[in-house]
Design a binder for this molecule. Structure first.
Ligand code: PEP
Length: 254
């Protein structure tokens, strides 16, 4: 059984004070939520404070990115995987489409970041997803397959089994336009078959595949009812405690 993961990506939102205010309101709302793993990815500046406040709780912390170089070293502006771990996070998002689109992230740099995260003992959440023009041109699967195989290149099956994949169609991120559960399921099944081909049946069956792209309290249950959707990576709707708690506490509609 794959335990679901509901992860919130705060992007470049929240000061330390705002992050702690969120945590104070959010924690009691999910204290009894044992059906899934709960992860919050604050900006780097708030990781330590939020992690300290959530110590001993059922909520884990992720970074939103990680340096490709293990470090320490002369890499101005970068934050290494071991620094992230030291600050109290256990996970890191890698290859988010906003990093690919605005900051020159490539499949090669994604692969290097995954290696750096694994070496330091962080769990990578690898983001893949096609742009609207790819989908319209019938290339959605081709694009996702390329991102997946390059991002996970040269990993052993045991390394691959520590990775979580987030399928985030770029046209659904922050747009209010969610992929239909059927479209998301189809791509998730395709991703799982790719993992099966690369790393075998055991890893494919274990790997948790998250959907991301305008997930909200009113669409999470239907998404989660799909057999290959094992959780969600949530942007906008994770910024408010009540809304993110409603997503965490979804009730599956089968
Ligand atoms: C994201 O940032 O990964 C995301 C899916 O954003 P949103 O939920 O706002 O579409």
């Amino acid at each position: 059984m794959r335990k679901p993961i509901i992860a919130g990506n705060w992007k470049m939102y929240k000061t330390i004070a705002e992050a702690l205010e969120f945590v104070q309101a959010f924690r009691p709302l999910v204290v009894a939520s044992t059906h899934c793993e709960i992860v919050i990815a604050p900006p780097f500046t708030a990781i330590k404070s939020v992690a300290a406040r959530l110590d001993g709780s059922n909520i884990d912390i992720a970074a939103q990115d990680v340096a490709a170089e293990p470090g320490p070293g002369a890499f101005t502006g970068e934050v290494s995987a071991s620094m992230i771990k030291d600050a109290g996070a256990r996970w890191t998002i890698i290859g988010h489409s906003e990093r690919r689109q605005f900051y020159g992230e490539t499949d090669d740099s994604v692969n290097a970041r995954i290696r750096a995260a694994l070496v330091a003992g962080l769990s990578p959440i690898l983001c893949v997803g096609e742009r609207l023009e790819d989908r319209d041109a019938g290339r959605a699967e081709e694009v996702v397959e390329a991102q997946l195989s390059a991002g996970m290149r040269n990993l052993t099956a045991s390394e691959a089994s520590r990775i979580i994949i987030a399928y985030e169609p770029v046209w659904a991120i922050g747009t209010g336009r969610t992929a239909t559960p059927e479209t998301a399921q189809q791509m998730h099944a395709f991703i799982r078959s790719g993992i099966r081909r690369m790393f075998g049946e055991g890893v494919a069956e274990e790997t948790r595949l998250l959907y991301g792209g305008s997930v909200k309290p009113d669409n999470i249950a239907t998404l989660m009812s799909q057999p290959d959707i094992d959780g969600a990576l949530v942007g906008g709707a994770s910024l408010e405690a009540g809304s993110f708690a409603s997503i965490v506490n979804y009730k599956e509609k089968r």
